[in-house]
Design a protein around this ligand. Sequence first.
Ligand code: ADP
Length: 915
Amino acid sequence: MRRILLVVFLIFAEALLAFGQTEADSLKQVIAQSEGSEQIDALNRLAALLLQDRPARAREYASQALELAQKEKYRKAVAQAWLHIGDSYFYEEKYDSATGFYEDALKLYRQINDPDGIATSLYYLAVNYDYNKDRALAAGYYLQAAQKYDSLHQVRTLSDIYYSLGMIYDTGGDNYKALDYYQKSLAITDSLDLPQESAATLNTIGTLFYDWGNFKEALSYYKKSLKIMRQGNNLEGIAQTLNNIGILYYDWGNLDEALKFYKESLQIEEQRGNEAGMSSSYNNIGIIYADQKKYDQALDYYNRSLEIERKHNDKSGIATSLNNLGELYSETGQPLRAIGMLEQSLTLEKEIGDALGIAIAFNTLSALHLKNGNINKSLRYNDSSLAIANRLSNPETIMDAYKNYTDAYEVMDKPGLALHYQKRYAALKDSLFSENMHKEIARLQASYELDKKQKEIELLNSRNRLHQLDLENKRIIVRRQRVIMYITIVGFVAVLIVSIILFRLMFQKRKAYALLNEQNREILRNRNELIRARDKAEESDRLKSIFLANMSHELRTPLNGILGFTEILRSEVKDPAHREMADVINTSGNRLLETLNSIIDLSIIESNKMELNAVQISLDDLINERVTLYKIAASKKNLYLNTDIPEKGIVFLSDAKILRNLLNNLIDNAIKYTRTGGIDVGAAIDYATDPPAMEFRVSDTGIGIPQEQVKFIFEKFRQVSEGHNREYEGAGLGLTICKKYLELLNGSLQVESRPGEGSTFIARFPVALARENMPRQDAKEKQKDNIRFRGKKPRVLVVENEETNLRYIEYNLKNFCQVDAAMDGPEAIRQVSEKQYDAILMDINLGATMNGMTAAQHIRQVPGYSSIPIAAVTANAMKGQKEEFLAGGCTHYLSKPFTTAQIRDLVKEMLNGRS
Ligand code: ADP
């Protein structure tokens, strides 16, 4: 295994060497082939490469680089070259020579403002002064370098610098400062996660505490260090730390513990094959065994150490071992052997030039020779020892020398001299004791101070921690307070906003309430006023109606008398003059009656008492009836009266009474205001509008109306010829009434007129048509209409409270039925109990007394009527109503408005079913 490792190591080493060679060679090639900055850089790099192993050669390359760089004014390279030259002297331990070059480099780096260069130069200067044992300057440069590296954030180097500063203060005895810098270095290596570096620093701090006499603290640092080193399997470090702990326990007086650690350290050194370490351990273990008076084991270990030292020919080491052996022999009562060993040690000490070692050796030999009875030799060695000890001002050795003199003069029986040296010995011992005491006191004091300081630091740390906790707590409290404050503010704002909103709402509500109250009061006022006005209107209406009814009654009654008796007079009186008088009275009475009728009609319209009653109207019949009515009057004046109805068979829905009055008024006027020519009465449907419009035209060839008068003729009591020169009779109400009629029908009345040529009055109003339901009857159907049922006409009872409707139905059925009418339910019931009808047409809405359905149900109770067909003929045509009527006792149903064909078909169906 070891062999394989060795082979691997050799290959690796060769590769490294080859690599180094290759790099140096390639640099040399670059130097040979290039020039300028490239050549200079290569020279500098080659110098850097050779510095550690061949500083003089490196200096040559650096000098070449320097010369070229100065020529090229390549200042950075100049500084670099100076650094390399400085380094070359440093590695040759020519620290004074190095200083100048480092300083030059630093100056130049400062000029070109190169922070890295400045930091490096400062650091190198510091190390250089440190090695040159000029600790004050070294510390100064270290501190400057530390500042630079700190600002460059190069903390790894900073940790080294802090460690070096610690060492400087440690050596200088300023333990506090040393500890401070060690701790700083430790903090960095900890943060950079460099555990082995941290362990080395912990070890150093342990030694600092050991030197300080604070063994407890020292042990704690050593143990911390040991733990980390064990984790990193750092054998060298482990062995060294174990050794340190051993020394610590030895000084503490705990030999067993010390032995345990020494042996463990030895084991690792043996494992590592580190003979220097092994030798040191052998000696340490030997000393313990000697102290424990286990002389054989002590001898064994001393000899093992001596063997190694001899192998390496380490004179200092050999001398130490021989010295140890000499003391061992002396203690075990073998003075000659002891002398032999010590003589050899002395020779080596002399060779090494260790004065104190020589002095101690002379001293020990002096004591041994005295023991051996060789007084002269003893005194001679003692003289030498004292002389050197005096020169070294080493009180312990001087004291030992005095002791030797006292013993020797006692043996020589020279009590005066013996006393003299005894006194000097005692005095020195006293002073040494007191000095040691002082030292011990100082040490204890220092230890106490350090402990105190440590405790203070700990206290400070814990205070800091407490403070931090406190701060954290305070921060939390502040944060909490802030949160609470924010919440409070937000809450307050929210409450404020809500309050404002509520207040505004309340305000608006109040305002609204006030307004509402005001409006209510206003409404109430208006309502009261309206009620009063309505009451007043109703009252005046009632009075008007009463007045109209009274006037109508009071005027009609005497007129009835007048007209009735003039009628009798006309037939009774024989005298033509008296008969003429009776005629005049009769005509005047009739005119008065007409005027009275007009006034009553207008009053009825104006008091909104006029109710429209829409029924199906045959246009042909309507026009022909009117024209027939006025034929005589027209022919009396030799006027023609023609009709013009381009479309026959039109049936429409409207108020027949109004239309008859309208046509009466227009035709009457036309005849009145025409002297020659005649009148055309036209009627046509305008399908262009929706709904279609009915248009009546009454044209005459009369006097016409001047344009400026047209606007007056529709006003109440207005006429074209007014005042005392009135040519024509009339109250001036006819056109007014016509206009009002058309307004009721949603229509209009217009006039086209030319004075002297004639006038045309045009009445237009929308109508609902039923034309498509009026198929033309062919001859066969006409025949069918005339079929008589069982030789006599069937009896039909029409129950209808609206006279026009009643007449319309009668008009349609009269050809094949015997029609009786009942205006309400009770009347119908009475009639059916008197006569047997074949069919009953029942209107449903019969006014206040009884509705059609109730009437029908009563009729069903009358004997002979249980199965007689009853048809509900009604404007109640809403969905579901038909079914309701059929379920309630009716057998048939016909909705209003209906056509002639519909009503006829219905009745035929009812009668056929019966027969
Ligand atoms: P009255 O005919 O009773 O005087 P109307 O209200 O019927 O009242 O007519 C108002 C006026 O309009 C009439 O007085 C007359 O001057 C004029 N007038 C009405 N119809 C015609 C007509 N067909 N030709 C000429 N003038 C007419």
